[in-house]
Design a protein around this ligand. Structure first.
Ligand code: AMP
Length: 205
């Protein structure tokens, strides 16, 4: 299963991707996590990305496309992966399509988490307060405003882009975490699981 989770910052993409990874074994590929690791390790990419990320802008397409192209070649991606935070604009989506086509494959689905933008600031503030080791450099009001603007201008057009492919599924991201997970599993029609979906959802596994 090759899946994209789409939604604004704070929509719950990372949380849901981790849950799907735990339950189904699809690898979560978060470009944000990879870039934060590069910043922490002070690699060339990290040095290039640090200030851009802190202000809430997008890192250049060639950087993230290169990171993803390399990552999906790894053996753990063979069974499938969940792209969390990539693509972020139409150029990245086209690059991804080309990358997959060159391997004779394609995406299975794109799941859009629909959320009320008024609650996003709240969610990010909660996340900032709960993050071990202190908040992310971009979890502050100014950077968040920028990230939401960037989402509206550059990432939201992907909903129309993927809508045309017939692969787009929408899920109400305002429900509880468990309900959102269950809704994603339902729209994807996933049956095979490492454990029992029911026992996992009810916590009685
Ligand atoms: P995220 O953790 O997905 O919210 O990403 C945090 C930051 O990393 C973003 O605000 C961007 O600066 C950068 N970033 C993550 N993914 C991408 C991407 N696909 N394209 C460009 N920049 C990205």
């Amino acid at each position: 299963m090759k899946l994209i989770l789409l939604g604004p910052p704070g929509a719950g993409k990372g949380t849901q991707a981790k849950r799907l990874e735990e339950q189904f074994g699809f690898v979560q590929l978060s470009t944000g996590d990879m870039l934060r690791a590069a910043v922490a390790a002070k690699t060339d990419i990290g040095k290039q990305a640090e200030a851009i990320m802190a202000r809430g802008d997008l890192v250049p397409n060639e950087v993230v496309v290169g990171i993803i192209a390399e990552r999906i070649e790894q053996p753990d991606c063979k069974e499938g992966y969940i792209l969390d935070g990539f693509p972020r604009n139409v150029a990245q989506a086209e690059a991804l399509d080309a990358m997959l086509a060159s391997k004779g494959t394609e995406l299975d689905a794109v799941v859009e988490l629909k959320v009320d933008s008024a609650i996003l600031l709240n969610r990010i503030e909660t996340r900032a307060a709960e993050t071990e080791g202190g908040p992310r450099a971009d979890d502050n009001a100014e950077a968040l405003k920028k990230r939401l603007d960037v989402y509206d201008e550059q990432t939201a057009p992907l909903i129309a882009y993927y809508g045309k492919t017939g692969k787009l599924k929408s899920v109400d991201g305002m429900q509880t975490m468990d309900e959102v997970t269950a809704a994603i599993v339902a729209v994807l029609g996933i049956k095979k699981s490492k454990g029992s979906v029911l026992s996992w959802l009810t916590g009685r596994g």
